[in-house]
Design a protein around this ligand. Structure first.
Ligand code: ADP
Ligand code: MG
Length: 283
């Protein structure tokens, strides 16, 4: 089976920009995969997300090379409406995602379905189906604008998921939430992935990335500096030189090794590193 996402030597320069925002990106994601995209500010993470959902090149003008394919179809050859049937997008700021016409959470969730002419009883069925896993049952009659940040982000996620996308793209969608709200969203996404949804997620919490992603793509100044399993990517000592953050426990483990307090092959799991620290401290 072909990969559900195939990015082929893709570069993009925004109109009027001096340099490419992303350059020679080249990777694939199999159906059911969980890819995390990491890298410092301005490294091209959002541009890549935009290219997966068609906002690049259909909304943001510029010059592209190579291709981005989702389900075998080039994103550049389809309309945003066509792409959105397969790919759901959750923004960093959930307020950018609200319709501002819905009076209740239930209406907000159903907004996209209405645009696709889904009949009313089917809408009700899907709202009920989505409300459970997103913990929105008690909020369906509330005004979306009166909710907390975490609740609004769950509504935004719900309004995307209700369209049953095959691929879910999340661009730093937990950065505006407190740790609890953030973990809650993450747990929901992890569960969706376990149930078969393909996930591409930009996230800044490297421990979480290492725990949940099956593949990590690291970007720096628009370049793809690493792509592989979390072990492969975070195990590469050169990664930090590109300004890419790594999990704390990898850094600790390396420091121990540099200080001569630990040796042997580094196993990049939290448990293995904890064991190393324990040994080095003589416990
Ligand atoms: P990240 O999400 O990793 O912070 P971005 O994809 O937002 O990175 O940005 C990558 C580069 O593209 C940056 O140099 C940024 O200034 C530039 N850029 C982003 N959006 C636009 C835009 N709409 N027009 C021109 N340049 C942009
Ligand atoms: Mg960004």
């Amino acid at each position: 089976m072909d990969s559900i996402i195939k990015v082929d030597d893709f570069s993009f320069r925004y109109r009027d920009a001096k340099r490419c925002a992303v350059r020679h990106l080249d990777f694939e994601v199999p159906e059911g995969g969980f890819l995390c995209v990491v890298g410092p500010n301005g490294s091209g993470k959002s541009t890549l997300c935009n290219a997966l959902v068609g906002l690049v090149p259909h909304h943001f003008n510029g010059k592209g090379r190579g291709s981005v394919r989702v389900l075998g179809q080039k994103v550049a050859d389809q309309t945003i409406a066509q792409i959105s049937c397969n790919v759901g997008f959750v923004f960093q700021n959930p307020f950018n995602q609200l319709s501002y016409t819905a009076g209740t959470v239930a209406e907000e969730l159903a907004y996209g379905l209405g645009n696709h002419g889904v009949p009313r009883d089917e809408m009700v069925r899907r709202i009920e189906q989505i409300a459970g896993p997103l913990h929105l049952e008690g909020l369906l009659d509330r005004n979306p604008l009166e909710l907390s940040g975490g609740q609004i982000q769950r509504v935004a996620l719900g309004s995307t998921l209700i369209m049953n996308p095959r691929v879910l793209v999340l661009d730093e969608c937990t950065t505006q939430l407190d740790p609890l709200g953030s973990e809650e969203i993450f747990d929901i996404v992890k569960k969706l992935n376990e149930d078969g949804m393909t996930v591409v997620m930009v996230d800044h919490d490297m421990e979480r990335v290492a725990r949940c992603a099956d593949h990590v793509l690291a970007l720096s100044r628009g370049n793809q500096v690493a792509f592989g399993t979390p072990e492969e990517v975070f195990g590469d000592p050169a990664l930090e030189e590109h300004g890419v953050d790594i999990p704390d426990y990898v850094r600790i483990s390396r420091t121990l090794e540099d200080e001569g307090l630990a040796s042997g092959p580094v196993t990049l799991t939290e448990g293995a590193c904890a064991e190393r620290v324990g040994k080095a401290l003589g416990r």
